[in-house]
Design a protein around this ligand. Structure first.
Ligand code: ADP
Length: 243
């Protein structure tokens, strides 16, 4: 298995707070890797640096065998790295279908002149079908339920056919049925060859879906292993109890 993403010595300080410090880990191609840790352990900050939404103070990032000297969201997206956010970022005033077309790179001009190519339309409809959202294609995204928006955001990031998808708390605030739906879609995409890195608080979800699991504490990994290794690691227990 080859390394999809390698993080080396990543660091970020906010004033006197070391949010991420000497943080190194890798994500192997073909895995569903989890990044967990107590509140404030640096997961979001690390995610934001990896995806180019926040500039790192120090550290190196290699993606698909190449060093990314200045990570920025759009070039990374074009190279095959996409992400979701804790609060789903979708375009509320566009329809469900239009959200997918825009995610694919359809320009805004095209969108507003309502000149969606047939190919883009078909691709979007296939994705909606895969996600069971076909009936909602013409609905404004603003009118979707919270869980449906998260699902739409997930479907949108898949439109670029990414190699690596970073999911930021995919189950947060989502009902149990929707959690199962989310899990099923992650599994399906994983089986089709997509690699995942997931920040998630729902430990049951993590333990049944992810392998390996990386545990952050105070900005750096303290453990990495299979779910059962992580669950029986005294360092991990201590980090959670001490938080
Ligand atoms: P997690 O996602 O694991 O909960 P975060 O990455 O959000 O952790 O936060 C790590 C640390 O950095 C925390 O102490 C947090 O208060 C601090 N932090 C995060 N973002 C900022 C910011 N924009 N300004 C100041 N401190 C921040």
């Amino acid at each position: 298995m080859s390394v999809m993403l390698q993080i080396d010595g990543l660091a970020k300080r906010f004033g006197g707070v070391k949010a991420v410090d000497s943080c190194s880990f890798e994500v192997e191609e073909g895995t569903i890797t989890a990044l967990i840790g107590p509140n404030g352990s640096g997961k979001t900050t690390a995610f934001n640096m990896i995806t180019g939404y926040l500039k790192a103070d120090e550290g190196r990032l290699d993606f698909r065998g190449e060093t990314v000297s200045r990570p920025r969201p759009a070039p990374l997206y074009r190279r095959g790295l996409s992400r979701t956010f804790q609060q789903a970022r979708i375009f509320p005033e566009l329809t469900v279908e239009e959200n997918l077309v825009v995610a694919r790179g359809g320009s805004w001009t095209t969108m507003f002149q309502r000149r969606v190519s047939r190919k883009d339309h078909e691709r979007a409809m296939r994705m909606l079908e895969e996600f069971g959202l076909s009936d909602l294609a013409g609905l404004r995204a603003a009118d979707l339920s919270y869980g449906q928006r998260k699902l739409l955001e997930f479907a949108s990031v898949l439109m670029s056919e990414p190699k690596l998808v970073l999911l930021d708390e995919p189950t947060a605030g989502v009902n149990p049925v929707m959690i199962d739906t989310m899990e099923r879609h992650i599994r399906e995409r994983h089986a089709a060859g997509t690699t995942f890195l997931i920040v998630e608080h729902d430990m049951q979800f993590v333990m049944r879906l992810c392998d390996p699991v990386i545990v952050l504490d105070r900005g750096a990994p303290i453990a990495m292993g299979t779910p059962s290794e992580i669950q029986s690691d005294p360092k991990v227990l201590e980090a959670y109890l001490g938080s």
